[in-house]
Write a protein that binds this ligand. Structure first.
Ligand SMILES: *[C@@H]1O[C@H](CO)[C@@H](O)[C@H](O)[C@H]1NC(C)=O
Ligand SMILES: *[C@@H]1O[C@H](CO)[C@@H](O)[C@H](O)[C@H]1NC(C)=O
Length: 363
């Protein structure tokens, strides 16, 4: 048998440690929330109520909006602390911690990540003041189940210019003064990089017609291989790039133009929304539109003609002395912009049917 004092110690020490732990965790949960969380409220809920509801600590300052990233877009994580430091947007706190749901001033919900499962939307009762932002960068062809969104959302964040938060794939910015530039050496004619071969899409039919009259180098799955590391080096050797969108949809102008073509300094031949729509976002002489030609053969003839006319070809670069292309690449910038817009928007705003807004262009 062990001596009595050892037996007592075996019982006593764990009890003392347990009491210390309990005190510590109680302090941690209660204390910081009570001091640091003052909640803006509309419906009479006070910070104390919220604290009782959610025993969590959040370091949130007065007038700061707490934005809950409901799902990581496409499962991709991003830094949550860049609104002020990178984008100069103050008073925003982003979190991906769903236990803060009840305290969140707004949720940003990325459509593609919830579109197959209605229960992947929040199921808990929604705090009165809380606004939901619908975040989507895909055209109707790609997304599903827009009716899941009926009577839930307060704001839209998409590539459409009339969204509450406008998130284009790219844009041009006027330079302070004209700038000189060099067009990379060109040894090839037309390139196209295509990942998804949607049968029946207009771009497939157009390509099939066009390639009868002019050689087109096609890269991508099932075609010539091209790694990202070699992308711009390879494509910049071409005079023209087919920036063909998978959908014809208002304001839907993607990285196929902004990045694939412009970053490669290949003149974009676009197929997508109307020329008039493109010209809302960039100079008319920065691209060739398939609709400028009565047929694919006429377009092919024009490309061959430009291939033999250096001056004519170079005209497609004149805008480069006055503008530069800007692309917002990080997800964090969208979430910070959503916060900025939420701060400026009315506290109360309703979109009864996102589906109607997105498919018919009306709120
Ligand atoms: C739908 O989402 C809920 C909540 O995330 C999850 O519990 C459920 O398993 C999902 N259902 C399917 C079919 O994936
Ligand atoms: C947000 O929109 C939903 C319906 O779309 C509405 O029920 C809710 O009251 C709105 N909330 C705010 C704060 O605007």
């Amino acid at each position: 048998m062990k001596p009595l004092y050892i037996q007592k110690l075996i019982v006593f020490v764990p009890v003392v440690l347990f009491v210390i732990f309990l005190t510590w965790s109680w302090h941690r949960a209660g204390f910081s929330t009570a001091i640091e969380c003052k909640h803006r409220d509309i419906d009479g809920t006070t910070a104390d109520d919220l604290q009782k509801d959610s025993q969590i600590s959040v370091h949130k300052k007065e007038n700061e909006l707490l934005i809950l990233v409901w799902v990581w877009p496409f499962g991709e994580t991003f830094p949550l602390n860049t609104c002020q430091s990178v984008y100069g947007i103050s008073g925003c706190k982003l979190t991906a911690d769903r236990s803060l749901y009840k305290m969140a001033d707004a949720l940003v919900i990325h459509h593609v990540d919830i579109m197959y499962n209605r229960s992947s939307l929040p199921q808990d009762p929604r705090p009165h003041h809380q606004r939901w932002v619908w975040f989507n960068l895909e055209p109707p062809l790609i997304i599903k189940n827009l009716h899941f969104l009926d009577n839930l959302f307060n704001m839209t964040m998409t590539f459409r210019q009339d969204s509450d938060v406008y998130r284009p794939y790219g844009r041009i910015e006027a330079l302070k003064q004209p700038q000189s530039f060099t067009i990379p050496a060109k040894s090839k004619l037309v390139a196209w990089v295509v990942s998804k071969w949607y049968p029946g899409a207009r771009r497939i039919a157009y390509y099939e017609e066009l390639q009868k009259y002019i050689p087109i180098d096609v890269y991508g799955k099932k075609h010539m291989k091209l790694s990202w590391d070699d992308f711009y080096k390879t494509i910049s050797q071409y005079k023209f790039y087919l920036a063909f969108e998978n959908s014809i949809y208002k304001d839907y102008i993607t990285e196929k133009l902004w990045s694939n073509a412009f970053d490669s300094w290949a003149v974009p031949v676009v197929l997508g929304t109307s020329r008039q729509n493109y010209e809302r976002f960039l100079p008319g002489e920065a691209f060739i539109h398939v609709d400028d030609f009565p047929s694919a053969k006429d377009l092919a003839d024009y490309l061959v003609q430009l291939d033999n006319d250096d001056e004519g070809y170079k005209k497609y670069f004149n805008w480069r002395s006055l503008y530069r292309v800007r692309r917002e690449t990080g997800w964090d910038s969208s979430y910070c912009e959503a916060c900025r817009a939420l701060k400026q928007a009315p506290d109360y705003q309703v979109i009864s049917s996102v589906k109607k807004w997105f498919l018919e262009g009306t709120k």
